[in-house]
Design a protein around this ligand. Structure first.
Ligand code: ZN
Ligand code: ZN
Length: 238
């Protein structure tokens, strides 16, 4: 029965659905439902639903725990508001977190430059940056991430909800003083832009393979990140 070309492997079929999810999310700005994708991939909605579960297990998408037809996130895309909007020339997305919002212009071929907008969690001021591929955005601001990368996945929606952009380190301190939470990792806009630039590369291509921890560590170090928050040694001199 399993005969060369006609027998598409299970992994290939899952990858086909993953790619269709990402392609729709990139072009429409919203997550597709199984019934919409069934036509794209030539399968039944029930089969697509099954693939959603596999993709959730492999961390390629995040499903709503109460509704298996509903994709909440397919990083860097989000179907739920987490404090950011990302406006391209043709498409408007919820931006996920600071990292995800800055990643979208690097990933979506038709949208090389976007407007990322948010409100500072420290003081409420409206903040916006034009983010493109060539260089970090001009302007002030810092990113503050609360959850160390090793702990990011078990509650990834919460992790992303706490990766925000602020006016300044003073506004990060104001938030921490107010909510009594931990102060996490603070980086400037150029570091955030380098972190976002290549992290999701390949997700709109067939055969995407998730990054291994070792190559992730090298990538973080290249972006200018330091210390155990990123699974890296603490910087000796600086
Ligand atoms: Zn502020
Ligand atoms: Zn995120």
């Amino acid at each position: 029965m399993a005969d060369n070309g006609s027998a598409q492997s299970a992994a290939d079929r899952t990858e086909q659905v993953r790619l269709a999810v990402y392609t729709r999310f990139a072009s429409d700005g919203r997550a597709p439902r199984p019934a919409e994708l069934a036509t794209d991939v030539g399968r039944t909605p029930a089969e697509v639903r099954q693939e959603f579960r596999r993709l959730h297990a492999s961390r390629d998408v995040v499903l709503d725990p109460h509704d298996g037809d509903r994709i909440l996130m397919a990083h860097p895309f989000s179907a739920i508001p987490l404090g950011f909007s990302v406006m391209g020339a043709r498409t408007l997305w919820w931006g996920g977190c600071a990292w995800d919002s800055f990643a979208i212009p690097h990933l979506v071929p038709a949208e090389p430059e976007v407007l990322v907008a948010t409100a500072c969690p420290g003081c409420g001021a409206a903040l916006a940056w034009t983010v493109g591929r060539a260089a970090p955005p001009a302007g002030e601001g810092v990113a503050h991430f609360r959850t160390p990368v090793a702990d990011a996945w078990p509650d990834v929606v919460r992790t992303c909800a706490n990766q925000r952009l602020f006016c300044s380190t003073g506004c990060v301190a104001a938030l921490v003083a107010r909510d009594g939470g931990t102060r996490g990792y603070v980086m400037d806009l150029a570091t955030l832009w380098r972190l976002a630039r290549g992290w999701y590369a390949g997700r709109l291509d067939r055969g995407y393979v998730r990054r291994e921890p070792a190559s992730a560590a090298a990538y973080f170090a290249d972006a200018g990140l330091r210390g155990p928050f990123w699974g890296l040694p603490t910087d000796g001199g600086a």
